[in-house]
Design a protein around this ligand. Structure first.
Ligand SMILES: Cc1cc2nc3c(=O)[nH]c(=O)nc-3n(C[C@H](O)[C@H](O)[C@H](O)COP(=O)(O)OP(=O)(O)OC[C@H]3O[C@@H](n4cnc5c(N)ncnc54)[C@H](O)[C@@H]3O)c2cc1C
Length: 501
């Protein structure tokens, strides 16, 4: 084997997945058709759950140093307020995708991820033991790699998805949007938030000193996606909408996109898996795409590592589809709603007025903000505690070794059994998994924990945490913890016990 896992695509999803697999000791190779990073930046921001995920790995400070926290976010241009949200990092971080990729590349290098540039996946064949990946490379006409699994993180037009014959149903584009990073000679304001016009809308955002990101959206034509986007087209689009181009010049990058929304009907086909844009595309409203790709990677990484190491059965990989498909389905749904709310015309103006009044209600703001930030996700796990299946709150803890917090316990991307009541039964139950699961005894500083979408709940007595920070099992204070349910959960997520504890 050339690697345990080959990842096609070194974008945000592929890079994050490679790091997660390396953390778990998997031999991984990333291949990308590009010769090197282009410095292009589609995404410009990250939401709370992605910031939390980076915090869980101990690398968030690197991103906070470079990006800029934003006081508010939006839903189709209508302001969303994140103040008071149940997270240490409630506010969106403005950070260009190019910077995000550079920081992930640095982390990947520290972890020893192998990346092969100028290597385009052109063929896949799978058999009982592995997958053979054909590559078109710069040096040779073709080369092959042999691995146990391949993950297609190769973007919306994914070759891996097509080669695996996985359908990509959804809705086609109904409009045309353009984006350009440019300079202006006569821009009247530093920041023009979404401005609605008869033919669509536009916005101008100062990203870094001296240059601006221009977005235009027009609803009366659908461009051919195969035709290259040009600066002249962007200029004409801005003139149609704004009546002027404000002396726009010196483009760094111009691109075009639409509101097509599609999703792979299966995230796994045997030894082939899909993640990120390869599995789902949608209108980039509210900036959710990069975020859910990174979160796909964090959901898949530990499961794939566990299967590669022979600890868990292959069927664990099916839980990746079960958990992540509905998440992207909901994002497609909310971005379709945002695209509809942005259409021009007096009917939509009226709808937006009504929607603005609704968003002013705290409960509506919280509902939408929890959805866009992905803080309210709850996976279907077999336990009825209110935390089960949700992302664990980052509570402050005291341990015999000093103060810590829950997310610091997840830096190694290993499962953690957090015992907050010093229960001998809980400690005994985990013995059979001592090679895979870290037992941590601690006390919570707080009697209640804040949970997005739920409110305050009593601090639990014990928690089984998956490496992605989701709660697999939890016990409430009072009564005897159900250790047979705990053992069942340990076996379901992390494979059979070495010996019965
Ligand atoms: C205008 C715009 C604004 C956006 N803003 C935001 C935002 O603010 N926040 C947000 O979260 N998201 C945003 N997004 C979405 C975000 O950019 C994408 O969701 C994100 O880039 C997906 O990452 P990925 O790694 O899955 O795919 P990609 O970034 O597309 O990476 C795929 C990689 O695969 C490589 N590749 C392709 N084919 C092959 C092959 N056959 N073999 C080998 N390599 C291959 C490519 O070269 C590329 O490097 C925006 C998108 C657009 C268009």
């Amino acid at each position: 084997m050339d690697a345990d896992v080959v990842i096609a695509g070194a974008g945000p999803t592929g890079a994050m997945l490679a790091c997660e697999l390396r953390l778990a000791g998997v031999d991984v190779m990333v291949v990308d058709q590009l010769a090197e990073r282009t410095g292009e930046s589609r995404a410009g921001g990250m939401h709370a759950r992605t910031l939390e995920v980076l915090d869980q790995r101990g690398i968030l400070d690197r991103f906070l140093e470079v990006g800029e926290l934003q006081p508010v976010g939006h839903f189709s241009g209508l302001v969303l307020d994140f103040d008071g949200f149940e997270s240490r990092h409630p506010h969106p971080l403005m950070l260009l995708q190019s910077a995000f990729e550079r920081l992930l590349d640095e982390w990947a290098e520290e972890l020893g991820v192998r990346v092969r540039w100028s290597a385009e996946v052109s063929g896949i064949s799978q058999d009982r033991d592995g997958v053979t990946v054909e590559l078109r490379t710069a040096e040779t006409e073709s080369a092959t790699l042999r691995a146990r699994y391949i993950v297609g993180c190769d973007g919306g037009r994914s070759t891996v998805r097509k080669l695996a014959d996985i359908p990509f149903p959804g809705t086609p584009a109904t409009m045309t949007a353009m984006l350009g990073d440019v300079e202006f000679t006569a821009l009247p304001e530093e920041y023009i938030p979404m401005r609605r016009c008869p033919g669509g809308h536009f916005s101008v955002i100062a990203f870094e000193p001296g240059w601006y990101r221009v977005f235009t959206s027009e609803y009366d034509y659908v461009a051919d996606p195969n035709e290259p986007a040009t600066f002249e087209q962007l200029r004409e689009s801005l003139v149609r909408l704004a009546g002027t181009d404000w002396g726009m010049h010196s483009p760094r990058w111009v691109s075009r996109f639409g509101d097509a929304a599609r999703q792979a009907s299966r995230y796994r086909e045997g030894r082939v898996l899909l993640a990120g844009d390869a599995a789902h595309i949608h209108y980039p409203a509210g900036g959710q795409g990069l975020n859910i790709g990174v979160q796909d990677a964090v959901n898949l990484g530990w499961k794939l590592a566990s299967v590669v190491h022979g600890q868990a059965p292959e069927s664990l990989l099916d839980s990746y589809h079960t958990e992540r498909h509905p998440v992207a389905e909901r994002v497609l749904h909310n971005t379709r709603a945002q695209a509809a709310l942005a259409r021009p015309g007096p009917q939509t103006d009226a709808l937006r007025d009504v929607f603005s009044s609704l968003i002013a209600f705290d409960e509506v703001n919280r509902y939408l903000a929890s959805m866009v930030t992905a803080l309210d996700i709850r996976y279907p796990v077999d336990c009825d505690h209110p935390l089960a299946g949700r992302r664990v709150p980052d509570a402050d803890l005291k341990t015999p070794d000093g103060a810590t917090r829950v997310y610091e316990l997840l830096h190694a991307a290993r499962p953690v059994l957090l015992d907050l009541r010093g229960s001998a039964e809980v400690a005994a139950a985990v013995e059979g998994w001592a090679d895979r699961v870290d037992l941590v005894e601690a006390q919570s500083d707080d009697d209640s924990w804040p949970v997005p979408g739920v409110g305050e709940i009593p601090a639990p007595a014990a928690l089984l945490l998956r490496p992605d920070g989701h709660v697999a099992w939890a016990a409430a204070v009072g009564g005897v913890p159900d250790t047979s349910a705990l053992r069942a959960s340990l076996a379901a997520w992390f494979g059979p016990a070495l010996r019965h504890g």
